[in-house]
Design a protein around this ligand. Structure first.
Ligand code: URA
Length: 217
């Protein structure tokens, strides 16, 4: 059973239209990328709701007043799981220019469906871990094993689980259950919860292999 209270399902018409396009077998690579990026932007805006705000004085052409802005003292980290997670980065650095991008390289062993690390650019100092806000991005939440490994990497540095968001586009119930079994309080932001995983670990109906469809391989 999945706990829907911890899932933020973003299904506005713009997201639904682009989701339909990115899933369709006859959408070519260029249009898969365009549709996917439009969705990532919507999801990132949603994720940003947890960022702390501060008051700042602003002078408009008419007057001076106190406005809200994202706290400039936080450490915001976008962690794309290579390779499909990269599709989030252009939109992320566009709308959240203060973010650091920390790549996480994992591939899925096709037999065991377990993640195998090949690149980790996350050995950062975390002097005030409560000041870190982490968005782990991967368009497909399938078994959830890669995402779990990424979450563990950050929680092992003392970063509170409520500061970590998993941002995906299509999630399988099995993957959500796996994540929630280990981290019941973590928030998952997604555009769709699909039907099931097939015997090869693909999400059904899904979109096929997201990396292949985005990178034309
Ligand atoms: N990864 C993908 O790219 N697609 C799936 O359906 C599952 C995992």
């Amino acid at each position: 059973m999945i706990n829907r209270d911890k899932i933020r399902l973003i299904s506005n018409p713009v997201v639904l239209q682009n989701l339909c396009k990115m899933r369709a077998e006859d959408t070519d690579t260029q249009n898969v990328r365009i549709a996917t990026r439009k969705i990532t932007r919507c999801l990132l805006y949603e994720a940003s709701k947890n960022l702390p705000l501060v008051d700042t004085r602003v002078k408009t052409p008419l007057t001076e007043f106190t406005a809200k802005t994202i706290d400039p003292n936080i450490n915001l980290i976008i962690s794309p799981i290579l390779r499909a997670g990269l599709i989030f980065t252009d939109e992320a650095i566009d709308i959240l220019p203060q973010a650091c991008i920390r790549h996480i390289g994992m591939y899925r062993d096709e037999k065991t469906l377990k993640p195998v690390w090949y690149y980790n650019k996350v050995p950062m100092e975390t002097p005030n871990p409560e000041n870190f806000y982490i968005y782990i991005t991967d368009p497909m939440l399938a078994t959830g094993n890669s995402l779990l490994a990424a979450i563990e990497l950050y929680t092992s540095k003392g970063i509170p689980v409520q500061n970590i968001k998993c941002i995906c586009i299509i999630a399988a119930p099995e993957g959500i259950e796996n994540i929630q079994k280990h981290y019941p309080d973590i928030e998952i932001i997604t555009a769709a919860i699909d039907d099931h995983l097939n015997e090869k670990g693909y999400i059904v109906p899904g979109m096929g292999d997201a990396g292949d469809r985005i990178f034309n391989t």
